[in-house]
Design a protein around this ligand. Structure first.
Ligand code: ZN
Length: 385
């Protein structure tokens, strides 16, 4: 089964040697998909025959968005907490425990139904790969069950038992549980392990102990780092070769120096700053220092209840001084780097056929027309959604 997409006005390849600029933009081209892979890209005039055809009508075609940071396994919402915060109360992260109670009380079907609704919502907005974390169970049974739910929706599953210390637990005993019995129960269902390294959550020594235990179990590393305060998270992520240090809102010069030249991506989550009315990370400073940057939604019921990558792109351009090209790159190729994937986030023969047709002539419109539903067609694994 092959599909020809022709009459493409602007194709974002993320292959700079194949086209213009950072995004490797090509014009007046066609793409042929065979099965779940891209088979051919070339001038429209030379397009080969295919079983079916999608006419792009001179609009833009992009790689599907790669949302490398999302917390989708939970029950309940925290709209009232959001309302209170917008009325002036500060964000402390304490609301995680509210969601924990609702999550523990929910059935497996409720958790799967809620998470799959959010995955569908993200897909309609152009997301074709989404990472999903546990982190609202915070005991052995509920963390493992959260990951079993996540695994029904994505291959990018992350064990986040170290999200916060649940009420009533003693911190060091909880760290021992996370890196012991809980890790044993969760590792079979997880690809990644993550820790919320932050004042009020887990300190540097605790974060290191948990990540090292996860690595011994064959999990790959990511870290919630430097969201609310400067701390050891970013440098620890780089030292332990984590794929990503996420948030990066409060960085010292030493943190920037550690990130640049490392294999650790700085994943920026502007939905969190938007929803907590906090200062945004300084993306310009990071990019100018040579740091690889990704954008992700941080979709969660407390601090960033958006599944929209186009919204995050618009925030990154407007409020983090990223160029539209940098923001689109960070939301596609950057996310792929943050998941250490080279089969997604780019369009070239052999890559996974994950792409979106915009209802617009250019990627610029994603930031230029904020809040407007511009995703016209989404293909995931070569299948129109
Ligand atoms: Zn998060």
């Amino acid at each position: 089964m092959s599909i020809l997409i022709d009459n493409i006005g602007e194709l974002v390849t993320n292959e700079p040697d194949q086209g213009e600029g950072l995004l490797g933009i090509r014009r007046d081209v066609a793409v042929v998909i065979e099965g779940d892979r891209i088979a051919w890209i070339g001038p429209s005039a030379q397009k080969p025959p295919a079983d079916s055809r999608i006419d792009a009508h001179q609009r833009a075609v992009l790689p599907g968005f790669v949302d490398s940071h999302a917390h989708l396994v939970f029950a309940g919402d925290r709209a009232a907490e959001f309302g209170a915060r917008m009325a002036g109360e500060p964000y402390t992260g304490g609301g995680i425990r509210t969601t924990m109670a609702a999550t523990r009380a929910a059935s497996d079907d409720e958790l799967l139904g809620n998470a799959s609704r959010l995955v569908d919502e993200a897909r309609r907005q152009g997301t074709t790969t989404i990472e999903i974390k546990s982190g609202y169970g915070l005991n052995v049974a509920d963390e493992a069950r959260s990951l079993r739910v996540a695994g029904q929706l994505t291959t990018e599953t992350t064990f986040l038992g170290a999200h916060v210390v649940p009420a009533g637990s003693e911190p060091d005993a909880y760290v021992d549980l996370v890196r012991g019995e809980m890790l044993d129960a969760c590792a079979p269902y997880a690809k990644w392990i993550d820790v919320f390294c932050e004042r009020g959550a887990f300190d540097g020594d605790q974060t290191r102990a948990i990540l090292e235990a996860g690595a011994k179990k064959g999990l790959f590393l990511r870290v919630h780092a430097n969201q609310l305060t400067e701390g050891p998270g970013v440098r620890l992520a780089v030292e332990l070769d984590a794929a990503s240090a996420d948030h990066c809102t409060h960085l010292s010069d030493a943190d920037i120096a550690a990130l640049s030249g490392s294999n650790t991506v700085a994943t920026l989550l502007p939905g969190a700053e938007f929803s907590t009315r906090s200062p945004y990370p300084d993306a310009r400073r990071m990019i100018d220092a040579g740091v690889t940057v990704a954008l992700a939604t941080d979709c969660n019921p407390g601090s960033s209840y958006t599944s929209s990558m186009p919204f995050c792109i618009a925030l990154a351009v407007r409020d983090m001084r990223m160029t539209p090209a940098e923001a689109v790159h960070a939301a596609t190729a950057g996310g792929a780097r943050a998941l250490r994937r080279d089969d997604i986030g780019r369009l070239r023969p052999g890559a996974r056929a994950d792409l979106t047709v915009l209802d617009a002539p250019s990627h610029l419109h994603l930031a230029y027309r904020p809040g407007v539903p511009l995703i016209s067609t989404v293909l995931h694994n070569g299948v129109p959604q």
